[in-house]
Design a protein around this ligand. Sequence first.
Ligand SMILES: *[C@@H]1O[C@H](CO)[C@@H](O)[C@H](O)[C@H]1NC(C)=O
Ligand SMILES: *[C@@H]1O[C@H](CO)[C@@H](O)[C@H](O)[C@H]1NC(C)=O
Ligand SMILES: *[C@@H]1O[C@H](CO)[C@@H](O)[C@H](O)[C@H]1NC(C)=O
Ligand SMILES: *[C@@H]1O[C@H](CO)[C@@H](O)[C@H](O)[C@H]1NC(C)=O
Ligand SMILES: *[C@@H]1O[C@H](CO)[C@@H](O)[C@H](O)[C@H]1NC(C)=O
Length: 334
Amino acid sequence: MLPLILLLLLINIFSTSESSNRVSTALRTQRKKPFAAIVFSESNYNTPFNKNPCFWLSRLKFQSKLCWRQRGLPDVLLTARNLSIISCQNQFQYDQWNCSKRDFFFKKIYRETAFMHSMAAAALTFSIARACSEGTLAGCQCGEHGKPSNSSKWQWGGCSDNIKFAKKFTRRFLQLRKKDDGNYQNAIVKYNSEVGIRIVIENVQVVCKCHGLSGSCSLKVCYKKIQAFDYVSKQLKGLYHAAIYVEHENHIRPYKSGKMGQKLVFLENSPSFCPTTVDRRCNNTENCATLCCGRGFYTTQVHEINKCMCRWRKEMFNVECKYCRENKTIFRCK
Ligand SMILES: *[C@@H]1O[C@H](CO)[C@@H](O)[C@H](O)[C@H]1NC(C)=O
Ligand SMILES: *[C@@H]1O[C@H](CO)[C@@H](O)[C@H](O)[C@H]1NC(C)=O
Ligand SMILES: *[C@@H]1O[C@H](CO)[C@@H](O)[C@H](O)[C@H]1NC(C)=O
Ligand SMILES: *[C@@H]1O[C@H](CO)[C@@H](O)[C@H](O)[C@H]1NC(C)=O
Ligand SMILES: *[C@@H]1O[C@H](CO)[C@@H](O)[C@H](O)[C@H]1NC(C)=O
């Protein structure tokens, strides 16, 4: 709620005092390279980073300074980057946009840009919270538990993901709390990043483990854990589809309507991705129709050898599988 109010406030000030000057204001305040642009840039993804783990952030002065300051942080940031890219590619595997970077994405705010900002913020929040509970990041520990339990059946215990620390850290790292510079695009970037953080918070679950005499489960010990990031990214993808277009000139309205809740916001309609889907693999006839933009698709049969009929072998303490031949149909866009 808070970011929304801040944004509202800001837009109000902005629109009453400077509505006719908007364009010149936008030109005056230069936009910085946003974190998500660096996260999703392929050149960074392909450079080896074993020598200087913060090198990929070097174009972001503030963030690269922070990167060095905390033991364990360089690895956490790399994990967040990997998580962002891999999750995005997984979610959009069979979509017209497959999460590949385009030069224009970070010049304006398209639906895809909005998604990438929220994804980067979500992956960062997740990775930090998890690193705290795994003890791999200096300066943070297990998260707080909830109110004490008054049940004899369960108690708080174990190590919770530190969502509170992660939220605070992510906001600081992405400078979401920094006083706004009057640039409308920057304000939207912040807003979309907050959406990403909030989705992670909403995916905090209470997980319990059984204790007591073997199998009796007479006492459960519970802690807070964020759902697997797959769930988070699936929800973010839902928000990508539900994202709201806000007209530049009338950009106040959707916020005033009070319906925004937790929606991603974009300011520019994306060009068609149809020309980029030639030769892309699609999943089934229905998906191929959309993905290939009506151009049709090729069907090929492939023979794959996959593990199958796996079973746990107690006496050997391992899983034993057979290998099965499988005939698979693969579709590719014309
Ligand atoms: C990130 O991904 C790269 C390549 O996929 C891998 O080599 C690297 O170990 C990963 N880093 C982290 C911190 O997960
Ligand atoms: C504790 O017990 C009281 C009633 O005995 C109940 O109203 C309350 O919700 C319980 N609190 C929790 C955290 O379970
Ligand atoms: C995404 O699609 C492009 C073609 O538009 C292709 O070159 C690229 O390899 C694809 N990326 C992934 C991760 O599938
Ligand atoms: C791919 O197609 C199969 C079979 O039609 C379907 O069960 C599955 O959910 C699809 N996968 C994705 C990622 O859409
Ligand atoms: C796969 O297809 C080939 C012919 O294309 C056939 O000989 C074979 O029996 C099939 N295998 C399975 C497991 O269906």
